[in-house]
Design a protein around this ligand. Structure first.
Ligand code: GLC
Ligand code: CA
Length: 536
């Protein structure tokens, strides 16, 4: 019997930041028709699903992560028909579609909040978190994730409202059953439309301490941020949030093969937190991002430690997922750039991402090795960048337009885009990489196809080999097939030893020929070698 291929488990999910993917009407901002026009490209690459960063109606204070209408599409991206068309076309081409839903907070322009702030007696007052001042100040010491107090004063009703992020993003009161029902209805609305799942924004922030107790002070975790110096014990990760997530999972389970992946923000950077949101693996999130690797320096040993630890934390019936870049972090290509070795390193990472057990997530442009862009002060769009420049330059550099061609605006648009195109687009672009058999794009394409065609790679067990300072290596085992993945993180040759004398044949490699056979228990790896072997 053929192995069952479940899209969200065995496939690859591609994150699109809609503003920056493809502009169909030349207003400088990417849109839904633009995405629809690139579906064939995504089919060519071999992905199974797309996750769209928010496309709902929004004043764009946080570029869509501040939603004013959970059911409407923002006109900058198109309209509801454009969305239905995209969903339809994607499905016809075998691509699943995941929406980014931001339920921790709304925009202050959402009608719910507009109503809520009208008066203390408003029927929607309790849909948000309102509190009286304490003395002359805010109700407690909670800080916002983007810095500053998390409480905003409302003159009219003389109370504070709580916002985990910008003051333009008031937090919903998830303790209120009406809020829960309203959100659950929204989920059903999209699921009924045929959407295949959701990426839930900051899902661990939903519930706050009922008594609004003060957070203890002190640096939280090993990487303190200049604008946040408290332990978020009372405004995040409250135990009751798990009941809510279980409720959400029940809704998804009413439908076929839908999936929810959660962003669990964790300042401790310990994968134990995101994996705790998987519950038993069957009752909470299907997947939870693990950001540990995103923060790690280039080191085979460190990577292996993180992955081993993370894998061990996945509940028996749960499933891992892996991510190296997204719209909030420096791109992997830039984090690990190393002169003329940069491409070789990108291939090592690509092979790792596609051969681990777990769902890989790819951020648009990662497949061609897009780098962080250079955004001048006058061009900054991200509020974080506007506030904290030059200490923090914001997230714009990771969100620059997709580089399709070497033309003036990289084939993204015919006019100046909302963020500047990276000047390296003349070298790094889809068109030129398609033609180059050794390009990162073609490497990804081959890897993705191999992974899809090989149950051992998309479904097999993952067995780490002994830790080595420079070489990461592991087995994938499925039924009677055993494969070995060897990733040399160093530019020098390295030797690894096997306990058992096995015979290996090269399936794919950056430094060896496919079909080559190796025997013996000592293996020499060349600099930045990335190889998949199968036992024969
Ligand atoms: C998440 C998003 C980020 C956004 C924030 C507030 O962390 O990934 O982009 O700014 O939530 O919604
Ligand atoms: Ca447009």
């Amino acid at each position: 019997m053929a192995d069952e291929y479940l899209w969200w488990k065995h496939g690859l999910i591609y994150q699109i930041y809609p503003r920056s993917f493809c502009d169909s009407n030349d207003d400088g901002i990417g849109d839904l028709q633009g995405i629809a026009s690139k579906l064939d490209y995504l089919v060519e690459l071999g992905i199974d699903g797309i996750w769209l960063s928010p496309i709902n109606k929004s004043p764009m204070d946080d570029f869509g992560y501040d939603i004013a209408d959970y059911r409407g599409i923002d006109p900058i991206f198109g309209n509801n028909e454009d969305f239905d068309h995209l969903l339809d076309e994607a499905h016809k081409k075998g691509i699943k579609v995941i929406l980014d839903q931001v339920y921790n907070h709304t925009s202050y322009k959402h009608p719910w909040f507009q109503e809520s702030r009208k008066s203390k007696k408003s029927p929607k007052r309790d849909w948000y978190i309102w509190a009286d001042p304490v003395g002359t100040g805010p109700p407690n010491n909670w800080l916002a994730a983007f810095g500053g107090r998390a409480w905003a004063w409302d003159h009219k009703t003389r109370q504070y409202y709580f916002h985990s992020f910008l003051r333009e993003q008031p937090d919903l009161n998830w303790r209120n059953p009406e809020v829960q029902e309203a959100v659950f209805d929204t989920m059903r609305f999209w699921l009924n439309k045929g959407v295949d799942g959701f990426r839930f924004d900051v899902i661990n922030f939903f519930i706050k301490d009922k008594k609004l107790r003060n957070n203890p002070l002190g640096f939280w975790g090993p990487y303190p941020r200049p604008y946040d110096w408290q332990q978020h014990i009372f405004d995040r990760d409250r135990p009751e949030v798990h009941d809510i997530i279980r409720g959400m999972r029940k809704i998804l389970d009413e439908y076929d093969e839908r999936m929810m992946v959660g962003e669990v923000v964790d300042e401790q950077r310990d994968p134990g937190l995101p994996t705790s949101y998987l519950g038993f693996g069957t009752d909470e999130l299907h997947l939870a991002f693990n950001f540990a690797l995103i923060y790690e320096r280039w080191s085979a040993k460190k990577f292996m430690e993180h992955i081993r630890y993370y894998m061990a934390l996945i509940p028996k019936e749960g499933w891992p997922c892996h991510v190296l870049s997204n719209h909030d972090f420096h791109r992997a290509r830039s984090r690990y750039s190393f002169g003329r070795h940069t491409l070789a390193r990108s291939k090592v990472l690509a092979m790792m991402l596609l051969t681990l057990r777990g769902t890989p997530f790819l951020y648009y442009g990662e497949e061609i090795g897009m780098c962080d862009g250079v955004v001048k002060r006058s061009e900054i769009e991200d509020p974080l960048g506007k506030w904290y420049w030059p200490i923090v330059t914001g997230r714009d550099p990771f969100r620059t337009p997709m580089q399709w061609t070497g033309e003036k605006y990289a084939g993204f648009s015919k006019v100046q885009p909302w963020l500047p195109v990276n000047s390296d687009h003349t070298v790094i672009n889809v068109e030129s990489q398609r033609r180059d058999p050794d390009s990162l794009f073609n490497f990804y394409k081959r890897l993705i196809k191999l992974r899809r065609d090989t149950p051992t790679l998309h479904a097999g067990e993952w067995l780490p080999r002994r830790s080595h300072h420079k070489v990461m290596s592991y087995y994938r085992v499925h039924k009677d097939q055993r494969m070995l993945v060897v990733l040399n993180f160093s530019r020098r040759g390295q030797t690894i030893k096997h306990k058992h004398n096995r015979r290996w044949e090269v399936v794919m490699s950056t430094r060896r020929s496919v079909g080559d056979k190796i025997t013996g228990n000592v293996m020499m790896c060349r600099g930045y070698e990335a190889t998949i072997f199968k036992e024969w």
